[in-house]
Each structure stands twice: as C-alpha cells, then as structure tokens.
Design a binder for this molecule. Sequence first.
Ligand code: MG
Length: 462
Amino acid sequence: MIQLWSLCVPVVIRLTLVAPLLAIALPGCTPQTERPNFIVILTDDQGYADTGRYGAIGFETPNLDRLADEGLRFTDFYVPATVCTPSRAALLTGSYPKRVGLHEAVLFPYSEHGLNLDETTIPELLKPLGYRTGMIGKWHLGHQAEFMPTRQGFDSFFGVPYSNDMDGHLYRGRGFQSPPLPLYENEELVESGPDQAFLTKRYTEAAVQFIKNNVDDPFFLYLAHNMPHLPLHASAGFAGTSERGLYGDVIQEIDWSVGEILAALEEAGLDQGTLIVFASDNGPVLRPDAGSAGNLRGGKATTWEGGMRVPGIVHWPSRIPKGSVSGEVATTMDLLPTLVSLAGGEMPQGLDIDGHDISPLLFQPGDATSPYDALYYYSRDGLPEAIREGAWKLHVAKSRGWNQSDGEFPISLFNLEADPGETQNVADDHLELVERLKEKLVQFDAALTREARPVGQLGGSR
Ligand code: MG
C-alpha cells in the first residue's frame, strides 16, 4: 500500500500549514488506514446467541469477544433471508434475494441456475478500485462452472460450491445422486469428499495465506465457513473441548479461526487497516444439539426474529470506537454500498439495490440512526411474511415456525423493544397501525416483484 501514502501527502501539507499538531496526529494518514482491507467472515446457521457477547452458554469465544470489545456489536443485525442461498445472494449484491431472483429456497447439486452473471457483486465493484478479491469456503450461488466465484468477481476461490450436507446425498424425489462433496481450487476440482473435520482448519490456513500474499495491495476476502451447518465436524484439537457438545466445539474452532486471522493481520502490520465483519447467514436449526437464538423466537427457515436476526460484529480498530453497541437496524445488504464507499468508490449509476452505506453507524454509533424506513421478512420460499418499522413488527403469514394444528396463523403485531421474544400479540390494540404496515408490506412486495431481475439459468448467461 506504499502508493497510498501519496494520497495522504497533500492533506498533510495543507494541515501542516494551519495545524501542525493535528497533522502529526492525523490518524487516518497511514498506509494502514487509507482504503482498508475487508474481511467478511460468514458462518452457516450460527444462532443469534452463539457468540460470547450475545450470551453463548457452554462454550467460549474469546476472539469473537475481542472483535466486539475492540469494535462494534449490532444487537439488531439482520439477514434478509432465512436460509443459505438467498442470504448469500443478498450479501454479495446488496439486494433483497427477490430482486436478484434467488428468493426461492436453496440451490441443490441438481440445480441448473445460479446468481445471474449480470448482477453486480461486491468484488466486481472493488476490483476496479485496485482490490485483490478472494473467496474461501461455501459458495452456494451456483455450482456449475459458469456460476462459480471466479466468474462473479473473485480472483481466487478455495472451497465447496454448496452445503456440507449435500455430500453424496440421494435426492429421492429427483432420482438424483449427488457426488461426494466437491472441493475446488478456483474452477478445478481438487478433492472429492474431503474430511469435513478439517474444513474450518483448511479454510483458515487458506485465509492466512491469502493475507500473506496480499500485504502490498488492498484486498477483499470473503470467508464463508461451512460450519456450524449440520452435520457438525470439528478437528481433533477442538472435538470434545466444550460443555455444549460438538456444536460448542465447532464454534470454538471458528473462534480459533478468527484468532488466527487477527494474528496474521498483526504479523503483516495490517491489523489497524483492516475492517472485519462477522455474521451468520441465518438463524440456528432448533435442535438440542445445534445452535441457539437465545430469547428470540424461532430459528432457521422462519421469519421470526430467531431466523433472521444474527450476530453482527464490525472490527476496525483505527476507525470504530472501541466497545460500541448499536441497537439500530442494519443488514448484510449494507456491506456492498458500505465497502464500496470506504474503498473510495462510487455506486454505479442505475444500480438498483436495497442496502445502505452504514458508515455513519460504524463511526458514530451513538449518534447515527438506521437508514431503514422498514425491513421486510421473506419466507424460505420467497413470500412476504413480515415487516419491521421501528420497534413494531407485523406478521401477516407464517409458512414455517407455526404449528398448523393450532389453526390459521393470526395477524400478529409485536413491539420488539418491549418484547423481543415476540410473545405478546398486540394487534388488536393497534388496528390502524396493523392496516398501515400490512399495506406497506403489500406495496413493497409488489414493487420488488415488478423490479425483480432474472436468476441466472445454465447456458443462458453471457
Ligand atoms: Mg445457512
């Protein structure tokens, strides 16, 4: 990043004339803090309560705690989907999954579609700004060659194209037998059915190597762990180490991975100039041997808070006030415009997305307010089920997470500030608000449906 010093020089000279002390102390003008590196760490099905600062029970996450203590922890951080594929599409495109045509459940090894190559991804916007772009881990936006990460803006890829449970699985309804889990290096299949106990470790080693290889250039690394998606696997050094069984062991290994990345950044002198985001792709599978959403209702595949509110930690020691906690609504859709802004770029004219530049929330967490007028919750199958406006959340339907034997799902209104667990339906006390929010959800979905762009079809992409 030597060239970045030159960007600072005129600023320093100007400030030196009027405020010598300020110029000397100017924290932004070091090679480390101009144009940060970005590392987005995404875990799979990790629950809201499954890191230390969010209330983890039965395992320790000292490195994730450190990220939160040195950075910013969002209490109301969301993914705009309840399952893997749409969540990842949203993160990389800054859009509700329906806008990019990937709102219906997940891709399978027999699927013949993927993220349309015409979509604009984070790495595609960062590359022209001089960033090196790498993806490690679980992709899940199309496993056919034409949809792979290296066709979607990433210089390099090491990982698997979909979920770890799609490993040699027979899809009876389709009569389709999937191959052993394929492990790729760029577009080359390098291993079939890798021992999943070592996935987290191997991804971590690849991430550390990526950092070492890119000390002199700004970089964007998207590290998407397969874990803790079922079936769970931890390597020998972690298996049996937590009081929470294998799930706790797996999270402790992910936490170790975060520590390795922090150490690699420090060793490379990049720790102050790297922004790290840590989040999960959706809520936990609600089983005793899996994750926890804490006091939030519901889990994966549901539009209750537990399905879509996830841990959200941002770490950038030189810019974010230490130990910040924000209760403002933010989402993974915000990463695209925020990263582009922090990299000094501009959003392309005419690119229609749903995320916002949340830099103010990162740098003035006590003062800035959420850019969201409302947040929309789509079901696993892409149907609009709920809307949040301020503290109010209205549910109009519930395809999952509702026992149909209890009768038809009633329109339900909750005040998330007073009742984050969504236990007290107060719809009857706020009839006008219910009607207004209902209409707002209908209108939003109608507009999004109108504006939605096509999913990529095999052989149909450029
Ligand atoms: Mg997931």
